[in-house]
Design a protein around this ligand. Structure first.
Ligand code: SAH
Length: 345
């Protein structure tokens, strides 16, 4: 089998080099086709060029397999990759603009107890181009393909972005490219379970994005019970790395804190959290667990509000995140996991 390469893995400048045998504007046409989610037949490229490119390169590596639309307008996409793997992407309609939640890997190997994305382990990384094409496909499905129909992207879908570091960094360059979507770095959030060495490495690149850390516990003992990565890095090491990140980027960091009944939702935990975050330029996004039918149970809405109120009283900037798309397997990896399980049965 000849392994095909993916054209969206190339920046416009790289396409100029790759397609140097053609007239210069052809590279821009290819780049525009990538951004507009077009396949060969939908472009104005000459037939001979298409034939020759096709034997080596995929232009559109991602297709919509299934879309679920929530009562609140949230759309959850199950997308098929060229090798038939499935990934998820979520389009969230918001007053201040639309947000796309992007996956960075097929599956995940971090093993967090509450997260459906990791149930079947890691299949493979997504390439930078596959992540770019995910955005193109979803963008084109939500308005004119020549417009940018979203204002924000969060890397909070399936996968651990820092476990696919190089491709994610390349994707950041592609998505912010002024010839393409030209998204401002400020409108991008990257969420990590806390790969400390990568936080340092990433800080030095000085991207102006918002760095989010999935904390979910206020001490290492509890964190180890729900997040295997806690055996590798302590919370103190994460906080030190974040201080370094803030010193380099001067950006507020965000903690995600998913409330799990009886595990991390006591007022004692709120106090511990306020001690951990003291003096750090940060915000805490509190989320209620999307219970998945697993052993871990969600804290009630009322208790969640009380937890956030307690944090606020202790001087912590914290809000309860409105959960969208609950009726459509909204949480990370749930739709893919369900589809994979259904096809097994
Ligand atoms: N691997 C990265 C990014 C993906 S997860 C990370 O860990 O940050 C994006 C967010 O969704 C994380 O904070 C994750 O913990 C949370 N999440 C996953 N499953 C969830 C569930 N069942 N209910 C609520 N939040 C969940």
């Amino acid at each position: 089998m000849i392994l095909l390469k993916i054209l969206s893995d190339y920046s416009l400048n790289e396409l100029y080099v790759l397609l140097a045998e053609y007239k210069k504007f052809r590279a821009k046409q290819v780049f525009d086709a990538i951004i507009q989610s077009k396949d060969y037949e939908e472009t104005n490229l000459p037939k001979s060029m298409i034939e020759s490119l096709k034997s080596e390169y995929i232009l559109k590596p991602i297709h919509i397999y299934k879309v679920l639309t929530s009562k609140d307008g949230t759309k959850k996409y199950l997308l098929r990759l060229y090798d038939d793997n499935l990934i998820e992407c979520v389009f969230l309609k918001q007053n201040y603009g639309n947000t796309i939640c992007l996956s960075t890997q097929v599956g995940c190997r971090m093993g967090c107890k509450f997260c459906a994305s990791t149930q079947n382990g890691l299949i493979r990384n997504l390439s930078a181009g596959e992540m770019l094409s995910t955005i193109s496909v979803v963008n084109a499905d939500n308005g004119k393909c020549t417009d940018r129909n979203f204002t924000n992207i969060v890397l909070m879908g399936s996968g651990e972005p820092f476990d696919n570091y190089d491709n994610v960094v390349k994707w950041l360059e592609l998505i912010t490219d002024e010839n393409g979507f030209h998204l401002s770095e400020r409108n991008i959030s990257l969420s990590t379970c806390g790969l400390v060495d990568k936080i340092y490495q990433f800080a030095d690149l000085k991207f102006n994005i918002t760095l989010c850390v999935s904390l979910h516990a206020t001490n290492d003992e509890t964190r180890k019970q729900i997040m295997p990565i806690a055996n590798r890095y302590s919370i103190d090491e994460i906080i030190e790395a974040l201080k370094y990140y803030i010193s380099k980027n001067n950006r507020r960091v965000v903690f995600e804190y998913c409330l799990i009944k009886g595990t991390n939702d006591s007022f004692e935990n709120a106090k511990e959290l306020s001690n951990l975050t003291k003096g750090l330029n940060c915000h805490v996004n509190v989320i209620c667990l999307n219970a998945n039918g697993g052993a871990l149970k969600a804290t009630t809405k009322g208790e969640a509000y009380a937890f956030v109120k307690k944090l606020n009283e202790l001087g912590v900037s914290a809000t309860l995140r409105r959960s969208q798309g609950n009726d459509i397997e909204g949480a990370c990896g749930m739709l893919r996991a369900k589809t994979l399980n259904d096809s097994k049965n």
